[in-house]
Write a protein that binds this ligand. Structure first.
Ligand code: SF4
Ligand code: SF4
Ligand code: SF4
Length: 453
């Protein structure tokens, strides 16, 4: 006998789930949450709740909430804690915004989905009381240098198994830890961009500005509910361990684009009337490669641009700057590419149920595989505004993706290694990718969650 109700049509949600909250009183028993969790996310299909001691398994992707028409499942809000930090004169509140927030946030304030609202987003956070606003595209570039260097090392030295899987999606990482621990050695040890941004702010940025890191409150603004769980992984206090103050967390709070939109509406801030403001310096610049991290295929394209330049010592050609085989809303995409005498075989997958099926095939033929949990990638993370449609449609997803690609095309710097702030931070602090200090702050490890099947 389970403690959960209506398991034939609803997903079970534990009371301490860090990402989502369920209110059974609002549930209309429509079955949409269970359908998405089984058919697209592949979680409720692959375990027996009672054999798992009646403990619900959840990878915190939030897609059940994005598909719930009654708001019976909602995102767990952290806005109040952030407001309290802003009111505390001893705290320095630093916001870092993920690449896809800038093409989702505007959907809450207009009927035109996918508007590129980067400048207004920064102005909105400043209006709410941010001391600094940084760009996670900076750390997306940092991720590419670390993850790309790790891939090259795996290929050239056999230091770890191939294919290398991307690690930027915490729901995917938890999926592997739970259902396919045999593939844990294949996941890149590089943290997600947000996982890198947090410790970099509390060490390098604090040092440059001569700030006490215990006064800094790091708030990540994301499309993603799984990041609420990721920032609470016990080992995500790398800055604290380095500084010998282990109580310091790398990131303190995670709010979604939707939470930010509600907060702005509550405060009566006219989003569309805000000026365009730039990000703050030191961690405020990203390249086009960092921008496209927000959509399916974007991490792969960014990594290929970097790997090409490292392996050939030449700038990536136009075909790699617009690498169409990994673009678009197909659940599994594959391609081969010749680089410096190597034929790299790659795959791009979204949806963890698609990934589950992919893992049952011959994965050993691939060198690098990108997996994101949400349909189309982070642009349709469960924390993005709904844009009058539950769930958001593929047409809306394509508009958000197009908006990120057109920004990438508009930018003059499109390869992560060309980012001047990244070049500076390696010169002044991290030394080189995979250096001891990079390993300490920017890399992590994973564990087998030992599911009883
Ligand atoms: S989608 Fe919402 S309303 Fe429908 S069964 Fe699930 S929780 Fe209930
Ligand atoms: S958050 Fe994701 S994994 Fe968890 S119940 Fe909802 S759809 Fe399933
Ligand atoms: S695809 Fe992006 S938004 Fe969705 S769970 Fe993964 S990291 Fe979060």
């Amino acid at each position: 006998m389970s403690k959960f109700q209506h398991l034939d049509c609803c997903v079970p949600v534990e009371a301490d789930n860090p990402a989502i909250v369920k209110n059974n009183d609002l549930c209309a028993l429509c079955g949409h949450c269970l359908a998405v969790c089984q058919e697209e996310i592949g979680v409720q299909l692959h375990y027996d709740l009672l054999k798992n001691h009646d403990t619900a398994i959840c990878i915190n992707c939030g897609q059940c909430s994005a598909n719930c028409p009654e708001e019976a499942i909602t995102v767990r809000s952290e806005c109040q804690a952030v407001k309290d930090a802003i009111r505390d004169p001893n705290k320095i509140v630093v916001f870092s915004t993920s690449p896809s927030v800038r093409v989702g946030l505007g959907d809450a304030f207009s009927d035109q989905p996918g508007r590129y609202v980067e400048g207004k987003m920064v102005a909105a956070l400043k209006a709410l009381g941010a001391d600094y606003v940084f760009d996670v595209t900076f750390s997306a570039d940092l991720t590419i240098l670390e993850e790309g260097s790790e891939l090259i090392r795996r290929i050239t030295t056999g230091s770890a198994p191939l294919p290398q899987f991307t690690s930027c999606c915490p729901a995917w990482v938890k999926y592997v830890e739970t259902f396919h621990p045999e593939f844990i050695p294949n996941i890149s040890s590089a943290k997600s961009p947000i996982g890198m941004q947090g410790p970099t702010i509390k060490t390098y940025f604090a040092m440059k500005k001569q700030l006490d890191p215990s006064r800094i409150v790091n708030v990540v603004v994301t499309p993603c509910t799984a990041k609420k769980a990721e920032i609470r992984r016990p080992e995500f206090n790398a800055a604290g361990r380095l500084l010998k103050r282990p109580e310091i967390r790398d990131n303190d709070y995670c709010i979604t684009s939707k939470e930010l939109a509600h907060w702005l509406q509550e405060e009566g801030i006219d989003f569309n009337d805000l000026p365009d403001l730039p990000f703050d310096d030191i961690l405020g610049k990203g390249t086009g490669a960092g921008v496209i991290f927000g959509n399916t295929g974007g991490v792969m394209e960014a990594a290929l641009r970097y790997a090409y330049e490292v392996l050939t010592h030449q700038k990536p050609p136009e075909t790699l700057l617009n690498f169409t085989p990994v673009r678009g809303m197909t659940g599994v995409k594959e391609a081969s590419i010749d680089v410096a005498g190597l034929t790299l075989k790659i795959a791009v997958v979204y949806g963890t149920e698609n990934a589950d099926k992919f893992l049952q095939g011959d994965v050993s033929q691939y060198h690098f595989v990108e997996v994101m949990t949400c349909p189309g990638g982070c642009i349709s993370g469960a924390g993005q505004p709904q844009c009058h449609s539950i769930p958001v449609t593929d047409a809306i997803r394509m508009q958000r993706i197009a908006s990120l690609y057109s920004e990438d095309e508009r930018m003059t710097l499109r390869n992560s290694c060309d980012n001047p702030e990244i070049q500076t931070i390696y010169r002044e602090f991290y030394k080189e990718p995979l250096s001891p200090i990079s390993e300490a702050l920017l890399h992590t490890s994973y564990y087998d969650r030992k599911l009883e099947k």
